[in-house]
Design a protein around this ligand. Structure first.
Ligand code: ADP
Length: 406
């Protein structure tokens, strides 16, 4: 096996990576993104291993995920002649209640994953469309699905349920949790670089455009802030985070809003964007520094602090906090505010290390170690693809069945 392509399809975007499988660990030789798919301003951008631009152009011909993949394929063939794509790894948001690890994809198993589209209507259909397009474009490659929900699937039952009659649990109304690929990466990274902390009680704050927190013991998910959908928990770029369900009833019954209107409000018009009235982008809000942007940032930090305390209680104490995601990795202001006055929990930040976004940003005396670790979801997908492909029994797609966990 030589190379793996990783794909992460959003509604109008396609992130991709090309990994060499020559060594023990997959090595990224190219990463990039096609965005604004379907608009005349569709754009493709990619860089190589050294961060050099391989392409950075707009194209009117990227009308859907199929044509986006064609552009990616053209790029790979042009820039890396002679590579053989043995496997394509897909990020798929929802694996349902049973998938707790990566699975091989066939046309039938992909069809089966459509069952979970109603659970994640804004993500799953696009993930599946991306995988279908890849099957057509890379017909000889093994296709692998890595689920955002899988990392949490073995969390305790109390974190899996809502207080509804049990028939709702049985029909799939459960707390699934998301951002599993990111948590998987951090857990693996800590096992290698900080094994003692990894074996203890760790809270990972994945703070990006989407944001959630996960409490882990010995690298396994014990509880997370996201639940049934990718809406719950922390406020996000455009999503509301935790919301009293009574608000939804009020909007429907008293304000006559339709499900589609409420979906638009909660997924696309809320969070940092809705509160600031300016932008979903934390950097823009920090730079603007107006009363409205300060309020939006304060709420973001307040909810993160609340979730941190709640997860520490679930874990029965705390040994480490890890910040990751675009905001977690880069915003010293947000990290400082979230960790402020947390001495009671054993957290003491080192202001200089925090300003530098150093790997460890707590003081030497801090009982809880606070770290900044850049996440790498693509590498998690590439590793899963390599692992499946290296097992000879897994290399014939036709023999495989859906849900064959590795
Ligand atoms: P996604 O969930 O789309 O993968 P990212 O993890 O890339 O999102 O995070 C995007 C967020 O990170 C944006 O809100 C962006 O403003 C924020 N961000 C990136 N760099 C900085 C920075 N230097 N300071 C503050 N926020 C930042």
């Amino acid at each position: 096996m030589t190379h793996v392509v990783t794909l992460n399809s959003g509604s109008s975007s396609l992130k991709f990576g090309l990994f060499s499988m020559q060594g023990d660990e997959p090595e990224a030789i190219c990463t990039g993104e096609v965005d604004r798919i379907g608009s005349p301003a569709a754009h493709i951008q990619a860089t190589d291993l050294d961060g050099r631009d391989l392409i950075d152009e707009t194209s009117e011909t990227i009308v859907d995920h199929h044509s986006a993949l064609d552009h990616v394929l053209d790029l790979v063939v042009r820039q890396f002649p002679g590579v053989t794509i043995s496997a394509v790894g897909h990020r798929i948001v929802h694996g349902g209640p049973d998938n707790d690890g990566p699975v091989l994809l066939t046309r039938d198993s992909l069809k089966d994953l459509e069952r979970f589209s109603p659970f994640a209507p804004l993500h799953q259909p696009f993930n599946i469309a991306g995988a279908r397009a890849a099957m057509e474009r890379f017909p000889d490659a093994v296709q692998i699905a890595c689920f955002d929900t899988a990392f949490h699937r073995n969390h305790p039952w109390v974190n899996d349920t809502f207080a509804l009659p049990t028939e709702y649990y049985d029909m799939g109304v459960r707390r699934y949790g998301f951002h599993g690929l990111s948590y998987d990466y951090i857990s693996n990274h800590m096992a290698k670089t900080a094994p003692l902390l990894h074996s203890g009680r760790v809270i990972v704050a994945h703070l990006g455009n989407g944001a959630s927190m996960c409490g882990m013991i010995s690298g396994r998910s014990v509880g997370s802030s996201m639940g049934f959908s990718a809406l719950d928990g922390l406020p996000m770029g455009t999503r509301c985070g935790q919301l009293d369900p009574g608000v939804v009833l009020y909007l429907m019954e008293q304000k006559g809003m339709s499900a589609a209107q409420i979906t638009q409000l909660l997924y696309r018009e809320s969070g940092l964007l809705g509160m600031s009235g300016l932008s979903n982008d934390m950097r823009t809000l920090e730079e603007a520094d107006t009363p409205a942007t300060r309020k939006a940032i304060s709420y973001f930090n307040f909810r993160a602090r609340r979730e941190l305390g709640a997860l520490a209680a679930v874990l029965g104490g705390l040994d480490a906090v890890v910040f990751t995601g675009g905001i977690g990795e880069n915003s010293s202001l947000v990290r400082e505010r979230i960790c402020a006055d947390m001495g009671w929990l054993g957290i003491e930040l080192d202001p200089d290390a925090n300003a530098d976004s150093a790997r460890v940003i707590s003081t030497q005396l801090s009982r809880v170690q606070v770290m900044v670790v850049p996440t790498n979801e693509e590498l998690v997908i590439a590793r899963a693809a390599a692992q499946i492909c290296r097992s000879p029994s897994n290399c014939s797609v036709s023999e495989l069945e859906f849900s064959s966990h590795i």
